[in-house]
Design a protein around this ligand. Structure first.
Ligand code: APR
Length: 321
């Protein structure tokens, strides 16, 4: 069979990463090393997306991947993307809360999403820019996409932090610790130790409540701990979380993972983006998975959703410029 015919069979997926900073660069590297999709990186900074993608491209003979990697300051190259991961925006500096980024990043997200929708109207958006829940909500509103196709990356990051701390404390494999963190990606997130398991067994069998509480607190403060140490936001774990979401979507894995999605009555919450377990597949967040929570857990989730709602209201009240 002539090669040209084979080419036509071979339709590769395409993933765009907006923002070529710490998280965007790390996302591009992780995706290129997986090798299943072509990767386009866009940033307003001249030369940065071009330089980072070239650097990653030059590593591909060493990691054994044949991928097409493009860096650009415009959106033409992104056309027809299956997934668009949005990391553009300013990150936290020491002493800042995620919410302090609201006004600057909402302008950036609005502009970015308008371009993305124009060039990739069928794409699935993964939002990483903080304050994450509000930015996901804004991206959804600006895009006009169905809610399944706008997903915030936060629950997987918060959960992987909790899993790491539990595994470290117990001296067990990180692979055997399963956990769930719900709610907004902020001080009010809701780690659920009751549903955390170690090799399928309840966490309470392994650790006393005080230790669990200490790990829960460390998880909630996890992003801030890293900002405090190195003066800028985390990026290795956030990019790993985004890449896991991309895997689930491209390979239609139907993974059950905590993600930030628009709730329409689920968990008794309406009209706001909050972290809950979803089924992630080719259609995006195909289903919100509900589970019964204790009254305390449910109150904590509602408090967290109320905090997101407040931020979204602030965003909506901002005078148009
Ligand atoms: N379009 C494209 N890229 C943009 C735009 C824009 N309108 N505005 C800013 N950027 C780019 C910057 O030029 C920079 O390269 O976004 C990139 C952000 O990178 P970093 O400053 O390294 O920030 P990073 O650590 O990657 O975090 C990005 O994700 O987790 C959140 O809080 C974090 O909001 C922050 C975002």
């Amino acid at each position: 069979m002539p090669l040209s015919k084979l080419w036509r069979w071979h339709t590769r997926s395409k993933i765009t990463v907006i923002g070529a900073g710490n998280i965007g660069g790390s996302c591009a590297q992780r995706l290129a090393e997986r090798g299943y999709a072509d990767v386009v990186v866009v940033d307003i900074a001249k030369g940065v997306p071009q330089g980072k993608t070239l650097d990653i491209l030059e590593s591909t003979p060493l990691v054994g991947r044949d991928v097409r990697l493009v860096g650009s300051n415009g959106y033409e190259e992104t056309a027809g993307s299956d997934i668009v991961i949005i990391t553009a925006g300013i990150p936290r500096r020491p002493g800042m809360r995620r919410d302090d980024l609201l006004f600057t990043n909402m302008d950036i997200i609005k502009g970015v999403v308008e371009q993305v929708v124009h060039y990739s109207p069928q794409s699935i958006l993964i939002i990483i820019t903080n304050p994450l829940d509000a930015m996901a909500q804004l991206a959804w509103e600006v895009s006009g996409f169905p809610r399944q196709r706008v997903i915030g990356m936060s629950g997987i990051l918060d959960t992987t932090r909790f899993r790491t701390f539990v595994a470290q404390e117990l001296g067990v494999s990180v692979e055997d610790v399963q956990a769930l963190v719900l709610g907004g990606h902020g001080d009010q997130m809701v780690p659920l130790p009751r549903l955390t398991t170690v090799g399928g067994l309840p966490l309470s069998q392994f650790l006393p409540p005080e230790t669990i509480q200490r790990l829960v607190k460390r998880t909630i403060d996890g992003g801030g701990e890293i900002v405090g140490l190195m003066g800028s936001s985390a990026y290795f774990a956030p990019s790993a979380a985004a890449a896991q979401m991309a895997d689930a979507i491209i390979f239609d894995k139907k993974r059950i993972l905590p993600c930030c999605v628009y709730l329409d009555g689920e968990y008794g919450i309406n009209g706001v983006f909050v972290g809950v377990p979803v089924k992630l597949g080719r259609g995006g967040a195909e289903e919100v998975i509900e589970t019964e929570l204790t009254p305390e857990e449910s109150q904590a989730l509602h408090r967290s959703a109320a905090a997101v709602k407040e931020l979204v209201d602030t965003m909506h009240r901002r005078p148009k410029t």
